[in-house]
Ligand binder design. Structure first.
Ligand SMILES: [Zn+2]
Length: 472
């Protein structure tokens, strides 16, 4: 047994001394300074700033074994990358490469340039990504990474109207993933709003969340679309509380291709979109114009590439997103092919920002399923289901091989609000509509309200499941 001994030479880190906070906010201005600086920075200045940061990041990349190994294998030498234009010479990587790195160099892989422990320890925190199959992927955050992420998040909330003193319902996961914690760091430290950390429905029951909203006068909801809808419908139908009477001023979510007008009607409040990942935090978000997502171009580079050839696509063409985090020192992403589908849009928003814009996220590749040769995104099915007023938008897809011929079949189960509704009509209408939208035939089964919750987990968690692929 080890006994505790106080070693005179032992060093513990102190968060306040782990970072030059004044320099940090000069480099990455939080609101309101953000709006007076980079948000409207002339394009030429912004490009010079990006290039300077990019070249420093490449130097940093050479120090990290994962990048060094891959770049050498691609024939690159230090000094070969001389400008932002050279970015396409750097080989992209995917989640498969980071998984392999974790297998070869357990427990955290060699893609993070961070020393754990040692003589001069840093305060670190670990969150994870993915995890639909196998172990979730760990990501360590240094103070510099974490604080910059918080500042970028604060820019988003400020752009979307959050203000000091707002009481914010944080109905996001409080487990291994970054969700709720990143929100807490962000708005507590850099907005002066008050995070009310209810978490998902498994942390605080949905009815209790509604009671909290009413009693404490919650101003703003931060959650994912399915739970934002579930909250409103629970208040309206089960608690007989009109969601409009709760006076919510805004809903911050990630909408993708979902129909925001449904959510806005339920709450009588604008609902805003954003793009972020667990690893890289918030990277692009709408302003109140709701006209494309402004990319935080002083902090990240987002490229859109052809999923087959890797060729960089011009504005307007859909492809897979490559992420480069200019701001991250500990564990940067440098051309991480995250496999989310979107397109770039030019700058020129009515708000006057110089930042280029990202279109909505059309699908997240983790969810994509091959069905008889077609690429099907459950998100696209969700949009069609939500358009049908007889449903509450809740759905669950099962894919399996059926019969002697072993054909791939998908069944989409859909919750119908009214028990008296004609299930056969819902089935026929949605089967026809889904064929038009996703291009392949699927079977629809109408089920009662709440029946899918054990499969999807909508009332419980932010890791909502929409798909069970029995072929795997
Ligand atoms: Zn704008």
């Amino acid at each position: 047994m080890n006994r505790l001994e106080i070693d005179e030479g032992l060093r513990f880190p102190q968060y306040a001394q782990a970072l030059d906070f004044t320099q940090l906010t000069r480099d990455y201005p939080p609101p309101p300074e953000f709006f007076r600086s980079v948000y409207r920075m002339p394009r030429g200045n912004l490009d010079r700033l990006r290039e300077k940061r990019f070249l420093a990041l490449v130097q940093r990349g050479w120090e990290i074994p994962f990048f060094r190994r891959r770049w050498k294998a691609a024939g690159l030498e230090p000094g070969d990358i001389r400008s932002l234009k050279d970015i396409t010479k750097i080989p992209p990587y995917t989640v498969h490469d980071t998984r392999k790195s974790i297998e070869e160099f357990p427990p955290f892989g060699d893609f993070m340039g961070i020393t754990v422990g040692g003589d001069n320890p840093l305060p670190l925190v670990l969150h994870t990504s993915g995890g639909t199959t196998g172990m979730p992927r760990p990501m360590l955050y240094t103070p510099q990474d974490r604080e910059t992420m918080a500042i970028l998040g604060a820019r988003r909330y400020a752009m979307q109207g959050m203000r000091p003193g707002d009481k914010v319902l944080a109905a996001l996961s409080l487990g291994l993933s970054n969700g709720g914690f990143a929100l807490r760091d962000t708005i507590w430290k850099y907005i002066g709003a008050i995070p009310v950390m209810t978490g998902g429905g498994n942390t605080t029951a949905t009815r209790r969340q509604v009671e909290i909203m009413k009693t404490w006068g919650i101003d703003i909801i931060c959650s994912f679309p399915a739970y934002v809808r579930h909250l409103a419908i629970t208040a309206r139908d089960e608690m007989k509380i009109d969601p409009h009477s709760l006076g919510v001023r805004a809903v911050h979510s990630h909408i993708g291709i979902e129909d925001r007008s449904k959510i806005e009607a339920l709450w009588n409040a604008p609902c805003y979109d954003m793009y972020g990942t667990n690893e890289s935090g918030m990277m692009a978000c709408e302003c109140t114009q709701q006209d494309g997502m402004h990319i935080m171009e002083d902090a990240v580079i987002l490229e859109v590439a052809d999923p087959e050839t890797g060729a960089i696509l011009p504005e307007g063409q859909k492809g897979t997103i490559y992420i480069t985090t200019l701001y991250r020192w500990g564990a940067p992403s440098i051309r991480f092919n995250v496999n989310d589908i979107s397109a770039l849009r030019p700058a020129g928003c009515a708000c006057g920002s110089s930042f280029g814009r990202l279109d909505k996220i059309f699908g997240r590749n983790d969810n994509m399923v091959k069905l008889r040769g077609a690429n099907v995104f459950p998100e696209a099915i969700g949009v069609t289901v939500a358009e049908d007023a007889r449903s509450n938008g809740e759905f669950f897809c099962v894919v399996e091989r059926i019969g002697e011929s072993q054909t791939d079949e998908m069944t989409v189960m859909v919750e119908v609000l009214d028990p008296q509704a004609d299930g056969a009509a819902v089935k026929a209408d949605l089967e026809r509509r889904l064929k038009e939208v996703i291009g392949v035939r699927v079977t629809v089964a109408a089920v009662g309200r709440g029946e899918l919750d054990p499969h999807t987990g909508t009332s419980q968690t932010s890791k909502i499941k929409r798909l069970l692929d029995k072929r795997k």
